[in-house]
Design a protein around this ligand. Structure first.
Ligand SMILES: Cc1cc2nc3c(=O)[nH]c(=O)nc-3n(C[C@H](O)[C@H](O)[C@H](O)COP(=O)(O)O)c2cc1C
Length: 201
């Protein structure tokens, strides 16, 4: 079959993209409002961008009503965030934190997710996350307008917290110990424990 994306509605386009661009890593992003209220939400349109300077990106889109999500509003007010990674053990809490709470109500408090202070940015990190990247905002790139339009957040990585529990004897990250989850379409996820190797020519 062929899909003419120029004639799909935004929701149809999203559905086809979300069920084919797989698996997607999950940025579990903590932010803080100007008056100090914390916020936590997952985003699977997420990737590393480059190492010089160390940069990552994730994409909070506008709501179906065209409003900015709390994450976008907070980063516009306080241009800092923490990208926490999500192991299988934290999947349920990550999913709970995707609830659309009223602006200013903290998912950390509502769902009992423990915080740890960050070193270089104001938003706290998820204490139990095996990896957390403290970032300052590099820039926001707006793509489209209205419902489902994107606010692409580019973050400069200042500090990474890596749990000793996910390191091997040489001090390298062991992907099996990290045991992250990735998002598939709908409510489906994968685990990074299913691995194989390809030796590069
Ligand atoms: C696994 C997962 C991945 C998600 N990925 C995205 C995404 O890439 N972009 C987005 O705008 N919303 C995404 N969402 C939905 C947001 O998490 C949800 O809208 C959340 O309420 C936004 O929170 P906020 O208003 O506190 O920023 C995702 C939800 C889940 C469970």
């Amino acid at each position: 079959m062929h899909l003419d994306f120029t004639s799909l509605s935004p929701r149809e386009a999203y559905s086809w993209m979300a069920t084919t661009i797989l698996p997607r890593p999950i940025a579990w992003v903590s932010t803080i409002s100007a008056d100090g209220k914390t916020n936590l939400a997952p985003f699977s349109f997420f990737q590393g961008v480059c190492a010089n300077p160390p940069t990552l990106m994730f994409v909070p889109v506008n709501t179906r009503e065209g409003a900015k999500k709390d994450t976008t509003r907070n980063i516009e007010a306080v241009p800092e965030f923490v990208v926490n990674l999500v192991p299988f053990a934290l999947g349920e809490q990550m999913n709970a934190s995707a609830a659309m709470l009223p602006h200013g109500e903290s998912e950390f408090e509502k769902f009992g997710i423990a915080t740890a202070p960050s070193q270089r940015v104001r938003p706290p990190r998820v204490a139990a996350a095996p990896v957390a990247f403290e970032c300052t905002l590099d820039r926001i790139v707006h793509i489209g307008e209205g419902p489902l339009a994107a606010n692409v957040m580019f973050g400069r990585i200042l500090v990474a917290h890596v749990s000793d529990a996910v390191l091997d004897a040489e001090g390298h990250v062991d992907a099996a110990k990290l045991d992250l989850i990735g998002r598939l379409g709908g409510d489906a996820y994968v685990r990074t424990r299913d691995m194989f190797e390809l030796i590069r020519p």
